[in-house]
Design a protein around this ligand. Structure first.
Ligand code: NAD
Length: 434
C-alpha cells in the first residue's frame, strides 16, 4: 500500500524531556526559522537512487516519500521536574546559551507535563513533578488523557511518541509481558515487572500513536505490547538510539569482517557527565545499557561462522560518570586485531562526541518515518528502522541486523518498496551484457 499524504499538524510527544529531547526540539525550531541546517538527518538531507545508474534519478528522500513537513511539527512531553524547555536547555548545556536565547519564546511556552515516575526503576533520580494514581492502569489512563488534552490544545491531526527518558533497571520478559490480557491484569495489580516506560508505550498505542523507544529499556519490546501494536495497527521501533561509540562499532566491525581481519579484543570505555551518565552510575541501569551495547559485535562478527577470526574475542564496555564533561562525552576504543599469518595490529579510536547532537537527528527521522509507516498501513516492529538503534527490535525467531550498511540498504529498499519502485540489489551485470 502506498502512503497517504501527510495532512495537518503532527504532534511529537516525548516522555523524558532531557538532553536529547531538548536538543532535538530546539534544533527543529531553529531549523524552522532557518537559523540552522538539519545535519545528520537522513529525512532532511539524504537522497535515494532509483532505477539504473544510467537513469540519473536521485531525488531527495523528502521529495520521494510524503513525509510530514517540519513546519507542521509541534511538541509536548513529560518529565520529573516542573520546568519549561528553555530552562531544560540551559540546565543541560548542550546548545549555546545564545542559540537558546534566540528560541526563548517558543521554548518557554513548552512546559513539561508531570511524569509517571517510580524511583525504584531509576534509582539515581528524584522526582517532584510526578503523577499519583490508584494503580498502574490508572497512571496509564492519565497519560492517555494528557495525550487527548495535547491533541485538542495543539489541534494536531496525528501524534507520534518517542521515549527519550532515562535508562531503567534491567528487566527481562516475565509472565506478565507474555500477553496483552496478562499485562492489563498486571497493571491493576501493580506488577513490579511493569516499568513506567511500558505505561507510556501502552498509553501511546491505546491512544493510536506509533511508538519508538530511544533507551535500552525493555519497554515496548514484549509480546504483550507487540500484540497491542498489531491490534491497533500501529508501527513500533526500538531500542536505544545508535549514536557515539556503538555507531563507530557498527561502521568499523563490518569493514574488518568484510576483509577477513581477525579480532582478539575490543575494549571500549567512556566518560560522560550528563544526567544520563548519572543514571548509568547505578549498576542496575548500567546493566540494561551494557546488554544493549554488548550484543552488537557478536551479531556482526558471527564467531560461530568464523571461528578462526572471532572465536573467544574479548569485548568489554565501560561507562564512567565524570561530571566535568557534561554532554561532551569522550569514548575510547582499543581494538586488537590480527592479519595475514596471524600478525597482530591495533586500532585506537578517541571519539570526542556530543551525545545529544548525534541523537537529535535520529529522533527527527524516527518521528517522520514512523508517521509515514502509519500512513502506509505498516504495523508492529519496523525492522527497516534498525539503522537508528543499538539493539534493534526484531521478531523472536530472527536475529537482529546490526551492520550499518545492511541496515541502510534495508531502509532505502523499504522506501523504494512502499513507493512501488524497483529494489536495488547492486548486481549490475545487465550494464555489461551488451
Ligand atoms: N544521548 C545519546 O546519545 C543517547 C544515545 C542512546 C540512547 N540514549 C538514551 O536516551 C535517553 C535520554 O538520554 P538523555 O541524554 O537525554 O538523558 P537525560 O537524563 O538528559 O534525559 C532523560 C530524562 O528522562 C527523565 N525521566 C526519567 N524517567 C522518567 C519518566 N518515568 N517519565 C518522564 N521522564 C522521565 C529524566 O528526568 C531526564 O530528564 C536515555 O535513556 C539514554 O540512555 C541517549
Amino acid at each position: 500500500m502506498k502512503p497517504t499524504k501527510s495532512s495537518g499538524k503532527l504532534g511529537v510527544l516525548i516522555p523524558g524531556m532531557g538532553a536529547v529531547a531538548s536538543t532535538f526540539i530546539a534544533g527543529v525550531e531553529a531549523i524552522k526559522r532557518q537559523q540552522a541546517k538539519p545535519i545528520g538527518s537522513m529525512t532532511q538531507m539524504g537522497t535515494i537512487r532509483l532505477g539504473k545508474r544510467t537513469e540519473n534519478r536521485v531525488p531527495a528522500i523528502n521529495d520521494f516519500v510524503p513525509l510530514a513537513n517540519l513546519d507542521d511539527l509541534v511538541f509536548g512531553g513529560w518529565d520529573i521536574n516542573d520546568e519549561n524547555l528553555y530552562e531544560i536547555g540551559i540546565r543541560n548545556g548542550v546548545l549555546e546559551k545564545t542559540q537558546l536565547e534566540g528560541l526563548r519564546d517558543v521554548l518557554e511556552d513548552n512546559r513539561v507535563m508531570p511524569a509517571v515516575f517510580d524511583k525504584s526503576y531509576v534509582r539515581n533520580l528524584d522526582g517532584t513533578w510526578v503523577k499519583s494514581g490508584s494503580n498502574k492502569r490508572d497512571l496509564a489512563e492519565q497519560i492517555i488523557s494528557d495525550i487527548q488534552h495535547f491533541t485538542q490544545a495543539q489541534q494536531t491531526e496525528n501524534n507520534v511518541m518517542v521515549w527519550c527518558g532515562s535508562t531503567e533497571i534491567f528487566l527481562e520478559v516475565a509472565d506478565v509481558h507474555t500477553s496483552l490480557d496478562k499485562f492489563e491484569a498486571g497493571m491493576l495489580k501493580n506488577d513490579p515487572g511493569i516499568a513506567p516506560s511500558m505505561l507510556y508505550a501502552y498509553a501511546a498505542l491505546k491512544a493510536g500513536l506509533p511508538f519508538a523507544n530511544g533507551s535500552p529499556n525493555l519497554c515496548v519490546d514484549t509480546p504483550a505490547l507487540r500484540e497491542l501494536a498489531q491490534q491497533q495497527e500501529l508501527p513500533i521501533a526500538g531500542k536505544d538510539f545508535k549514536t557515539g561509540q556503538t555507531l563507530m562499532k557498527t561502521i568499523i566491525a563490518p569493514g574488518l569482517k568484510a576483509r577477513q581481519i581477525g579480532i582478539n579484543g575490543w575494549f571500549s570505555t567512556n566518560i560522560l557527565g550528563n544526567r544520563d551518565g548519572e543514571v548509568l552510575d547505578d549498576p542496575d541501569s548500567f546493566k540494561t545499557k551494557e546488554q544493549s551495547k554488548l550484543g552488537v559485535l557478536d551479531y556482526i562478527l558471527q564467531p560461530d561462522l568464523y571461528p578462526d577470526l572471532y572465536e573467544d574475542f574479548y569485548h568489554k564496555v565501560r561507562i564512567n560518570y565524570y561530571p566535568p564533561r557534561g554532554d561532551n562525552k569522550e569514548g575510547w576504543d582499543n581494538i586488537d586485531i590480527f592479519g595475514w599469518l596471524g600478525y597482530p595490529m591495533q586500532i585506537k579510536i578517541d571519539f570526542l562526541c556530543r551525545d545529544s547532537i548525534l541523537a537529535a537527528p535520529i529522533v527527527l527521522d524516527l518521528v517522520l518515518f514512523l508517521d509515514l509507516a502509519r500512513r502506509t498501513g505498516m504495523s508492529g516492529i519496523q525492522e527497516w528502522l534498525s539503522f537508528y538503534f543499538k539493539s534493534p527490535m526484531c521478531l523472536p525467531e530472527l536475529y537482529p541486523e546490526h551492520d550499518l550498511f545492511v541496515q541502510l540498504a534495508k531502509l532505502k529498499n523499504t522506501l523504494r518498496h512502499i513507493m512501488g519502485e524497483e529494489l536495488i540489489t547492486h548486481l549490475g551485470m545487465d550494464y555489461y551484457e551488451n
